[in-house]
Design a protein. Structure first.
Length: 148
């Protein structure tokens, strides 16, 4: 996917207990979102746009979560890391929707601020600043004779 090549060093894809997790994360010197902005850089927007039709073809639900690194100071006391992490996840949801992912495919959009650092031993590390798109594993079918 040529749309992803520009940010390929900032993408991590891994299988977790919940599903296939796509992390769009900052690196030192290479931000995926301008500082304190809820809008991603154009390369991230293009990559997410390219993912949308592929995700739409899958039967799985999608979960999107936003995360910030520790230590960021905000000027507005009513807008901080919680709001920013939620807004970033929601903007990614909007981009996916704009390029073909149906709203009914979204299971959750959450913001976690700096509460779940990727690198807990260094909560200020740039890579803790990220958005995760998780293609959730489908629940196993319930046998007809077993009530949920």
């Amino acid at each position: 996917m040529p749309q992803v090549s520009e940010i390929s060093q900032n993408l991590r894809v891994e299988e977790t207990k919940d599903g296939l997790n796509i992390k769009i994360m900052d690196e030192a010197g290479r931000r995926m979102f301008p500082e304190k902005s809820k809008y991603p850089i154009e390369a991230v927007r293009a990559a997410v746009a390219a993912m949308a039709p592929i995700l739409e073809k899958l039967p799985n639900q999608i979960s999107i979560s936003g995360h910030t690194a520790g230590g960021t100071q905000f000027d507005d006391p009513r807008y901080g890391a919680w709001e920013l992490s939620m807004d970033r996840a929601d903007v990614i949801r909007q981009i996916l929707g704009e390029f073909g992912l149906s709203d009914d495919r979204i299971a959750a959009v959450t913001g976690h601020a700096s509460q779940q650092p990727l690198f807990a031993d260094d909560p200020f590390l740039a890579a803790n600043e990220r958005v995760e798109i998780t293609v959730l594993f489908a629940n196993p079918p319930v046998p007809p004779n077993l009530a949920p």
